[in-house]
Design a protein around this ligand. Structure first.
Ligand code: 13P
Ligand code: SF4
Length: 347
């Protein structure tokens, strides 16, 4: 905290920026000229500063359109590990930008809104998780990348929804495993691999509120449509799905399948790339059990094109991390990247 304050004070003194506001709001709340071309100016800043913009599929379409790379959590982690840019601008949520910083201690990692968190990461407080882990000393800990650096530091291997199965397959069948923090992904993996991993009781607020009843009615109304779902969804939704996969896997499936109509049970941001790559196919967002027609992640959608521009211009807010924590959190990420490489999942 001391370090971040010194850093912010030094940077902002000359710019007349009140940093207490960043701490309160999560972003630099600065008025920008509404006539500027944000796309052109962001592209200009990228070149001037040797910056790369990495965006998750759940970001708003404008951010995806201006990004240098759009991907799932595995692709983004891999891109962050291999970039030669001086500045990584992460259009995603905090744990993703934190992962980029863990892999790139000497680079500047920016997040347009520091308050872009994750309900799944929040569902595993480090002190409670450590107590749980200590009760099961023979268990190996596999944590989903959607967790804080503190949880990563308590883990043996990190996984994403793209590589979780490959990581499990690399371990002996009788290996005792704790899986955290997503109980839905963990339950899905237990069923698929025949393992009996101990599951932490966490879930994603976006994926656990899909309405089975409304999806069932949609399927009746669209008999030719296939239901494609992210494994963070609840078991009841996964049970009636035609295909289950990470965001990248859902996108590839929609692109290569002979089917022309899909009900998509994940955050709605992914529909942008689905529609761009297969404009003749129809994508219907699966409805949640509230009054909305589609399901946006309130954390992902805190980032806007304006905040992205401001954060690139002022190089704030920046992700900083204690070095001891960073080194501990890096070990299980490195192990994930090694296993993924051996399984042919990353280059
Ligand atoms: P993937 O993009 O890795 O499938 O993860 C989805 C997600 O919920 C990210 O927050
Ligand atoms: Fe977290 Fe769920 Fe949002 Fe992904 S979609 S960032 S898992 S709350």
């Amino acid at each position: 905290m001391f370090y971040i304050n010194v850093l912010l004070n030094t940077i902002t003194r000359d710019m007349n920026i009140d940093i207490s506001k960043i701490e309160a709001t999560g972003f630099l709340d600065i008025d920008i000229n509404p006539t500027i071309d944000l796309f052109a100016d962001i592209n200009k800043l990228k070149k001037e500063k040797n910056a790369i913009v990495l965006a998750h599929y759940y970001q708003e379409p404008d951010i995806q359109d201006v990004a240098d790379y759009i991907g799932d959590s595995l692709g983004l982690a891999q891109k962050a590990a291999n970039t030669d840019a001086d500045i990584i601008v992460f259009a995603g949520v905090h744990f993703m930008a934190e992962t980029a910083k863990i892999l790139n201690p000497t680079k500047k990692v920016l997040l347009p809104d520091l308050k872009a968190g994750c309900s799944l990461a929040d569902s595993a407080p480090a002190n409670l998780f450590k107590a749980f882990k200590d009760k099961h000393p023979e268990h190996l800990v596999i944590s989903y990348i959607n967790c804080t650096a503190d949880i990563k530091a308590l883990s043996d291997i990190i996984c994403t929804s793209s590589n979780a199965e490959a990581i499990l397959n690399s371990l002996p069948k009788d290996q005792k495993i704790i899986f955290a923090p997503d109980k839905n992904l963990g339950g899905y993996l237990n069923k698929k691999t025949g393992r009996n991993m101990l599951l932490w009781n966490g879930a994603c607020m976006v994926h656990e509120i899909f309405s089975l009843e409304k999806i069932t009615k949609l399927k009746i109304r669209h008999p030719k449509a296939q239901l494609i779902s992210h494994p963070e969804c609840e078991e009841a939704v996964l049970n009636i799905s035609d295909y289950v996969g990470s965001t990248t896997q859902l996108l590839k499936y929609a692109q290569t399948s002979d089917v022309n109509e899909f009900i998509v049970a994940t955050e709605t941001g992914i529909l942008h790339q689905m529609q761009i790559s297969t404009p003749n196919k129809t994508f219907i967002p699966a409805p949640p059990n509230n009054s909305c027609a589609c399901n946006d992640c309130p954390h992902m959608k805190l980032n806007t094109l304006e905040k992205l521009y401001i954060c690139m211009q002022y190089e704030l807010p920046e992700i900083t991390m204690n070095e001891t924590l960073r080194i501990a959190a890096k070990k299980p990420i490195d192990r994930m990247l090694e296993i993924s490489k051996a399984a042919g999942l990353v280059g």
